[in-house]
Design a binder for this molecule. Sequence first.
Ligand SMILES: [Zn+2]
Length: 311
Amino acid sequence: MPCFKNRMPNLEKLEESLCKIPDDEVLGEIAALLPECAINKFRVGRSRIYDEPREEESNLEAFTMILDNSCQSVVLMKVDGHNVTFPSQCCRKLYSTILNEEPDEVIRIPQNCSTWHELRRFRVTGSRCYELFTYNGPNWNTKAEKYFWPKSFTNKFTKHGLEYEDEARRAFIDATGCNVVQCGMVVSHSNKWMGYSPDGIIFENGHPAALLEIKCPWNGAKQTITEVVRTCDYISDQSLKRKHKFYGQIQMGMAMLNLKKCFLVLYAAFDRSILILEEEYDEEFAENMIIRIKKKYFENMIHIICDKDDK
Ligand SMILES: [Zn+2]
């Protein structure tokens, strides 16, 4: 809502001059002050009021809400308070110079573009967090090198997933009527080594309420979702198995975005069938996982970036 309080002097001026100026000018003044009022909609037509800049404005408002909500995550605060030791001074210095992008800028960068890939490079992200949580060495140099500089970001499975993500999201919206906001990567100021790129954030009553995570399994190109789920290794009894990277992914997402619920959407492109699972936030799991990853990131991984920088 615009703040009318600051505009009162203009309103007074308008009132004063109402009887002196021609109708068009009066309407122009009204338009400038109250672009959404009924008179103005009649005057310029709805299409001009709801054009793209307005869309952009409402997105920015939603992004601000997403980031404000994320800042209040209890787990993120605990993770921030959990001290780790840098292996040497070079890493401390390096960490102060990288990953300093502003969260409100990062969230506007569209997912999957080259800038987004670069913003992810040195961060622990949702899809790659569980592998760090479960890796206990001994070869951290190789692990970190492959993590920070992967040979390829995509394979046939991720390509298939990307190709059908929009279609799956639309199927979810059609089935539920949910209000889904799409954004770039969410990063936190207090834990800048982490980043999460949600497939969507569901808003209820104008506030972020649940995470949306979409999976388009490769088998879904030739099978219905019921058939896919019967043989897939991460679903049992209509819910996500705890010992799977997708579980780690959505738990990190809910911790970072400060959301208590996640809708996991499984979509088969074959017949456009969809399965929607509701997953709860497991705060204890998320806290334990993220703190363990933080220790590994700072003690075993970050120095490989210093080494690369020297060469
Ligand atoms: Zn170092």
